[in-house]
Write a protein that binds this ligand. Structure first.
Ligand SMILES: Cc1ncc(COP(=O)(O)O)c(C=O)c1O
Length: 439
């Protein structure tokens, strides 16, 4: 729990709303009719500049994996920044190798070579470039509803018109339709038989919209921005077989699903048993410090033939944060904790669904759980208005949650993986009160 509010509030904080409105790109839109200025945090608690406290079930978009300002992360980062703050990748530092070794320990199979950048977008750029170099091909297949980031390339892999930066398209990126079990076009409720049809769709996309020689297929095991659309493991297995049969690589985007988030395993793709060729990660890797990582095999990593540097990639301070975060996650057995607390959370969300028919779907895995909000549970009409009202009502109750989905009608949650039983119960109570307000 936070014990004190820093006082007095420093001038820049008092002015934060005005300065943001006046000087920051208008596209950088914060949540809420009246945005929150966060000034302090600890664990799953955050506090704003007006002294209001919130239970944080969104964790800065699934990022503060061991809780805000975890003492071990703070201590290691502070100690590091006093000693050495920056080197660039032209010099060896203690941190990069140590973090890469930890990633190799928890990653599936032969994935053991890491390249560090500063964000998920850059980690994906690295993965795509590498896949192209390794295969000598250029075409990429992604799924509709994917979110990959905000650079030109990742913005083009992103398959939500609202998140795509430009009308123009980068040649060579094709999108296949993937399963969305709640809105299964073939069987309602989805019985899994659609996997064959979506596998055929992937083949069709490769054979009709590419040269038939794709470099890679990229997918999130759970499509995060899409509103936690869980890809059936059987589909992931089929997609891996298909892309490999055409000579391409399988890239798993673990930016949201990594580090135990989905429960029982360290990475989301492990639920399918598929060992990807390349994995990308960011968000939860360093508890809020900017780190992106691309992980692959010795053989694939060796295919990067040009010179490359990342000035800030593998920065010693960020690596200290990643090392401390990974140590805590491993010691606390994050996958097991996420499975246990996730089951508690899920049971509470399903109880809410039984009370409110406008909660059309409860879905996700582990501590990555979502509610799809609809006007009519039979017609499944998207209700962004009620989802937004729920976001605001939760804020009034002192609860931070997220929103997503193609039509902005999905409530997304993903707290620290160290959240306790009591904190989950408290979150559910606050959410229940917010639901009652918008019922
Ligand atoms: C699945 C996924 N991939 C990639 C990204 C891009 O990461 P970043 O915002 O760190 O560039 C995100 C960001 O939300 C994401 O959810």
């Amino acid at each position: 729990m936070l014990e004190t509010i820093s006082s007095p509030i420093p001038a820049p904080v008092a002015d934060a709303r005005r300065l943001h409105d006046e000087y920051v790109f208008p596209c950088a839109k914060p949540y809420y009719a009246e945005p929150i200025v966060l000034t302090e945090a600890s664990g799953v608690r955050v506090r704003d500049d007006r002294g209001r406290e919130y239970l944080d079930l969104f964790a800065g978009i699934l990022t503060t994996s061991v809780g805000h300002c975890h003492p071990e992360v703070v201590e290691r980062v502070t100690e590091q920044i006093r000693r050495l703050g920056h080197t660039s990748t032209l010099y060896l530092t203690e941190g990069q190798g140590a973090v890469a070794e930890r990633l190799a320990r928890i990653a599936p199979g032969r994935l053991k070579r890491a390249f560090f950048t500063n964000s998920g977008s850059e980690a994906i750029e690295t993965a795509i470039t590498l896949a192209q170099m390794y295969t000598g091909r250029s075409e990429i297949i992604a799924l509709r509803y994917a979110y990959s980031g905000r650079t030109i390339l990742t913005g083009n892999i992103t398959a939500h018109s609202t998140w795509r930066p430009l009308e123009s398209q980068i040649a060579g990126i094709k999108h296949a339709k993937g399963p969305y079990p709640y809105r299964c076009p073939f069987h309602d409720p989805c019985d899994g038989s659609c996997v064959d049809r979506f596998a055929r769709e992937l083949v069709e996309v490769i054979e009709t919209t590419t040269s038939g020689r794709p470099a890679a297929f990229i997918a999130e095991p759970i499509q995060g921005v899409a509103g936690y659309v869980v890809l059936p493991p059987a589909y992931v297995r089929r997609a891996a077989e298909i892309i490999r049969s055409y000579g391409g690589l399988y890239i798993s985007d673990e930016v949201q699903t990594g580090f135990g988030r989905t429960g029982d395993h360290w990475f989301g793709i492990e639920h399918s048993g598929v060992e990807p060729d390349i994995m990308v990660m960011a968000k939860g890797i360093a508890n809020g410090f900017p780190v992106g990582a691309t992980l692959t095999t010795d053989e694939i990593a060796a295919a990067w033939s040009s010179k490359t540097i990342s000035t800030f990639g593998g920065n010693p301070v960020c690596m200290a944060a990643a090392e401390a975060t990974l140590d805590v996650l491993m010691r606390e057995n994050a996958p097991a904790r996420a499975a246990e607390r996730g089951a508690q959370f899920r049971a509470g969300l399903e109880a809410l669904q039984r009370r409110y028919p406008w909660i059309g779907d409860v879905r996700g895995m582990g501590l990555m759980q979502a509610l799809e909000i609809v006007d009519d549970p039979v017609a499944k009409t998207y209700s962004a208005a009620r989802a937004n009202a729920l976001l605001e009502a939760a804020k009034e109750e002192g609860l931070l949650i997220g929103v997503g989905g193609r039509y902005g009608n999905v409530i997304r949650m993903g707290p620290s993986l160290l959240i306790t039983e009591d904190e989950v119960a408290e979150g559910l109570e606050k959410l229940a009160r917010a639901c009652a307000k918008v019922a």
